[in-house]
Design a protein around this ligand. Structure first.
Ligand code: ADP
Ligand code: MG
Ligand code: ZN
Length: 717
């Protein structure tokens, strides 16, 4: 059965292999089980029901909360030669009738509906007359009252479903589900625990970045100067900021759209369409924008200010890179932004308890801006994702992790100062005391008498505040009373004060520039061609081919039908419609550029699904980690990093990946056998098996690299 599924995937969608999780879910469905799939945004949830819908007898009903997404999905399917439609309130009654009639005739393989449709008796009785292949609940967290987007109409479906009598397999899909929500979905849709497939929440094509202390408008202008051909979203905290930034960008000559709740319905609609059609590449918006936007080629999402919590941040930032191509997420942080969020919480109608919860969530968001941990890991920890990930190797913290410095002494001074100030004050005043400031507040409270007064006078006050924030972010200090923050010592803090624990901080180093691994000129002209074809057909450009597909064309330069069909995302039907046009454009590019050659080895961070298997169909696309592995036989990590323009951390992770794939590594290049023994011994003695704890217990000379290598060699990581 799975073989047939793979065939469909290839024939209709042009993909050569399933992504992580997809095949498990499809197998469950094909075997007639109800199932729940939890995958991150862009993980490929649609394929999980689309492929079975094509394989199984009958019509598939897809329940989706977002009317605006249905048309897109249906357009995409139709362009692949699949018979699909949607029935919702955006079409008039006559049209609805017609589509219902065709549904009863069994004309459609997939029908998208909003949950409210199940309240129509005509719809229910139509369903009773036909064979259903499956019923899919997209964005299934909406069904749970614990979910953050609870929709009562989603829940109402359940009793109405009973009226159908015999039910086809049900499939629920979501990217966000806490344990509570999972249990709820499971119970409502009668899903057995073994029929839940979760791939974790990691988005490995996204590079998370925090930017501090730069002028925000300048940062944005600088950033988009390099990216003016790519689509991105800039989230601003208020309508006023949206308008202001919109003007700045417009004055600078960019094609920019804006979106916020203060605009008219028409204005918003126009802005959204312009963005989806690649007319305006930059969207400046408040968080009102984005629900129901499935645009897959958003290359960056910038947050102009601190969002309210990690949930909101991950959802908004996650709108970048749905197509799996490397994309950037930037958060421009300045401490003043916290005030706005607090104000919003304070002004809200929530009761005290709920407000307190929101303050705590806000604090986790602030901590995200101060942590020195891998940013992706921080987010995954926040969501309680138990999967054992390596650090991402491309967030601003991973890339800055050049050097670790022992800051234990400074930390001790800060912690004892907090203690001496009775744990009643925030970071600003504590920094002043440590700096030895003569500010009125300090003198008024007589803090110049404290033994910790002026202990860190060699640091700038700003640096001390930074250190304090870092200690709070990594759990040495707790922030008590989020509204008027007061620093408090934690258990960890006492370990530091008694010398049982060290504190390490990273010293920033410069981020290396990424190098593209495709012919940019060709990508450019293919993108233009796509735009023209899209406009002719009134389709969003990414429905024709995704950025990922165009980049692969620009890398491999296919010159005939067979080669073009091997490109990810090009299948027979697509070839029929657009193949020749694209081949022609590639041909032309080759003619205009002498000595141009396919780039066989991608050189930048690839999304995971490129790396997993050595499938013969993907032989042309040598995985990056293997290139590294081969080079490592002759060269050092530093040399390879330099030559491939990647960070040493990435090179390391390539090598470790190679080991996990079963290749041999010369371990003596990483550690001596004595070190190995020591590391293993220390590891055994740890209560909490965490890398950081391990590093801290070991002598200074033993590097993170050595530790990781030992753990990997011994299958402990
Ligand atoms: P989700 O609903 O999980 O956010 P989508 O179903 O919209 O994600 O898919 C995201 C992108 O991934 C789409 O562009 C889709 O075509 C692509 N995709 C899905 N499955 C595969 C696959 N097996 N191989 C390559 N690309 C895929
Ligand atoms: Mg989806
Ligand atoms: Zn990282």
């Amino acid at each position: 059965m799975l073989k047939d599924a793979k065939k469909i995937l290839n024939q209709y969608f042009g993909y050569s292999s399933f992504r992580h999780g997809q095949s498990q879910i499809i197998e469950l469905l094909l075997a007639g089980n109800n199932s729940l799939g939890i995958m991150p945004t862009g993980g490929g949830k649609s394929i999980c029901y689309q492929v079975p819908a094509l394989l199984l007898n009958g019509t598939a009903i897809i329940i989706s909360p977002l009317i605006s997404l249905m048309k897109d999905q249906v357009d995409s399917l139709t362009s692949l030669g699949i018979s699909a439609t949607y029935i919702n309130s955006s079409i008039n009654h006559t049209e609805q009738r017609e589509r219902l009639q065709r549904l009863r005739n069994g004309d459609y393989q997939l029908v998208y509906v909003a949950p409210e449709r199940f309240e129509s008796t005509e719809f229910i009785s139509s369903l009773r007359t036909i064979t259903l292949s499956l019923i899919a609940f997209d964005e299934a967290h909406c069904i749970s009252q614990w979910g953050h987007d609870f929709r009562p109409s989603y829940r109402q479906i359940i009793p109405n479903l009973q009226q159908l009598g015999q039910l086809p397999p049900l499939i629920a899909l979501t990217a966000t589900a806490t344990d509570k929500v999972v249990q709820d979905i499971q119970q409502l849709l009668d899903i057995q625990p073994t029929h839940i497939v979760s791939t974790g929440f990691a988005r490995d094509n996204l590079a998370f970045n925090i930017v501090k202390g730069s002028r925000k408008d300048d940062f944005i202008l600088d950033y988009i100067k390099e990216r003016y051909k790519e689509a991105g979203i800039i989230y601003t905290p208020t309508r006023k900021t949206t308008d202001a930034l919109y003007e700045v960008l417009q004055k600078a000559g960019y094609k920019v759209a804006r979106y916020h709740a203060g605009l008219t319905e028409t204005e918003r609609q126009e802005a959204q369409t312009a963005f989806i059609q690649d007319e305006s590449l930059i969207m400046v918006a408040t968080n009102a924008f984005g629900m129901g936007i499935d645009k897959s080629n958003v290359r960056y999402v910038i947050h102009y200010a601190l969002p309210m919590n990690i949930e909101a941040y991950y959802q908004e930032a996650g709108r970048a890179g749905r197509d799996g191509e490397p994309s950037d997420c930037y958060l421009l942080f300045s401490p003043q932004d916290i005030q706005l969020q607090k104000f919003l919480i304070e002004q809200s109608m929530m009761d005290e308890e709920k407000k307190q919860q929101e303050y705590e969530k806000l604090q986790s968001m602030v901590n995200y801006c101060h942590t020195h941990q891998c940013l992706q890991t921080y987010i995954l920890d926040y969501f309680g994702d138990q999967t054992n990930y390596e650090d991402c190797g491309k967030c601003s913290n991973c890339l800055n992790s050049g050097e670790q410095v022992d800051m234990t002494k400074e930390a001790q001074m800060i912690l004892s100062c907090v203690k001496r100030m009775d744990e009643r004050f925030g970071a600003t005043l504590t920094a002043k005391v440590l700096k030895g400031s003569k500010s009125a507040k300090v003198l008024e409270l007589n803090f110049q008498r404290l033994s910790t007064y002026g202990l860190l006078s060699s640091y700038k006050e700003k640096e001390i505040t930074h250190l304090i924030n870092y200690l709070a972010a990594d759990g040495f200090l707790a922030i008590h009373d989020a509204k008027f923050p007061k620093l408090k010592l934690t258990k960890l803090a006492y370990d530091v004060l008694t010398g049982q624990k060290q504190v390490w901080m990273q010293i920033a180093s410069k981020k290396t520039n990424e190098q593209t691994d495709y012919h940019e000129g060709l990508f450019e002209s293919l993108r233009n061609l796509r735009k023209i074809l899209a406009d002719e057909r009134k389709l969003p450009p990414y429905v024709i081919f995704s950025d990922a597909t165009l980049k692969e064309m620009s890398r491999l330069l296919p010159t005939d039908k067979a080669k073009l069909l091997q490109i990810k995302g090009v299948a027979e039907k697509k070839y029929e419609q657009y193949g020749e046009d694209f081949l022609e454009a590639i041909e032309q590019f080759i003619n205009e550029n002498e000595q141009i050659e396919p780039i066989l080895a991608p050189t930048i961070n690839l999304p995971n699904d490129h790396i997993v298997k050595h499938d013969e169909t993907e032989a042309h696309d040598k995985p990056s980690y293997l290139i590294t592995y081969e080079a490592f036989q002759q060269q050092s990590i530093q040399e390879i990093a330099q030559e491939r323009n990647l960070t040493e951390m990435t090179i390391e992770s390539h090598l470790f990946k190679a080991v996990k794939e079963g290749l041999e590594l010369e371990w003596t290049k990483f550690f001596s056998s004595d070190d190995e023994k020591l590391i293993l011994h220390t590891y055994q003695s740890l209560e909490e098996k965490k890398l950081k704890q391990l590093k801290e217990k070991l002598p200074e000379g033993i590097s993170y690299t050595a530790i990781k290598a030992v753990l990997i060699k011994n299958d402990l990581m």
